[in-house]
Write a protein that binds this ligand. Sequence first.
Ligand SMILES: NC(=O)c1ccc[n+]([C@@H]2O[C@H](COP(=O)([O-])OP(=O)(O)OC[C@H]3O[C@@H](n4cnc5c(N)ncnc54)[C@H](O)[C@@H]3O)[C@@H](O)[C@H]2O)c1
Length: 361
Amino acid sequence: MKKQILITGGAGFIGSHTADALTKKGYRIRILDNLLSAVHNNTWPEYVRGRGYELIKGDVRKKKDWVRALRGVSYVYHFAAYQDQRPDFSVFFTTNTVSTALLYEIIVEKKLPIKKVILASSQFVYGDGMYRCAHTGETFFPELRSVHALQKKSWEILCSHKAPAMPIPFREDQRVTPTNSYGLSKHALEEAALRLGKTYGIPTVLMRYSIVQGPRQSPRNLYSGALRIFCVQALTGKPITVYEDGKQKRDFVNIEDVVAANIVVLNNPKADFKVFNVGGGRGILVLDFAKLVKKITDSASPIIVSGFRRTDTRHAISNISKLEKLHWKPRFGPEKSIRDYIDWLRTFKTKKSFHIPKTFF
Ligand SMILES: NC(=O)c1ccc[n+]([C@@H]2O[C@H](COP(=O)([O-])OP(=O)(O)OC[C@H]3O[C@@H](n4cnc5c(N)ncnc54)[C@H](O)[C@@H]3O)[C@@H](O)[C@H]2O)c1
């Protein structure tokens, strides 16, 4: 009998790709998703329909929906989440953190034979992370940059000598300093899952994804980030808008590498009760990424560098050596993510709403 896997948020980007890969490995897939309107417009996306998946429309904030979805399940991927930088702070905690507590509560209460729980956390838990002063070599954890500094276009994190400090790639064992409700709720989720998992003997793995890129990132979803925004801007002939001076570094990871990571930790007991960074392994300037999108789309759009977002971090790069020890490494760069995303956009049903010219499709 094939083992049953529950994927919450499985109608989404990472969950659906993970479902496809697990099916190929012989698992049965059940998806619990509330089809959040910001992502899906309340309908099951075509890429999960007709694939033999059991689809349950339900909410991870509701115990009864979890109970129904957990029946007969061996493994759980908990991916459903509230994302973005929004002011409804409490929704991050109810969706991301309370849902995690509910999951463990039901496993313990009903003595469910769950073999492993794998949860989506985020690079966002690090906030700005740790920096090194170029003068003394000392390390420090900076505060979020002030609005005043950002208005003055003082983008870099400064050390006590008022000189730009050097970012140190995030390591799983460093202190975390989330800068927004999303990061805070993910960190709380990690703590809850690890503590409850250890106490009740439920193998648990936390995945701190960097910025994941590839097809099925909902063009409706503002959280989908630079790939979605730049591609849609480039394809519609609108200016490609880059914040700050474009020299902030980001760590982009391709969805196929993320799926491979999700599978590596499933059957390897060495992953149990551990936290892993899942990133692309190198930092890329956001401006260079915008230029790459422009080149690949052959767009005439100008790149405009201006503006900033209050809670953006300056640089965000994860050290991935811990997961590499489990024989995983990223294989694909942003070029593939951009090309695959554009190919997928061509097939996207509601393309009209993005005013992408007909000639493109
Ligand atoms: N995509 C990234 O770059 C990235 C980076 C770091 C972490 N993550 C995390 O990975 C996970 C998957 O992200 P994604 O990019 O696939 O996002 P996504 O928005 O494509 O998918 C999330 C899914 O969760 C569902 N959902 C939201 N609230 C729900 C609720 N209350 N009950 C049930 N379902 C609900 C949505 O309908 C959606 O299908 C999330 O936990 C996210 O925080 C993603």
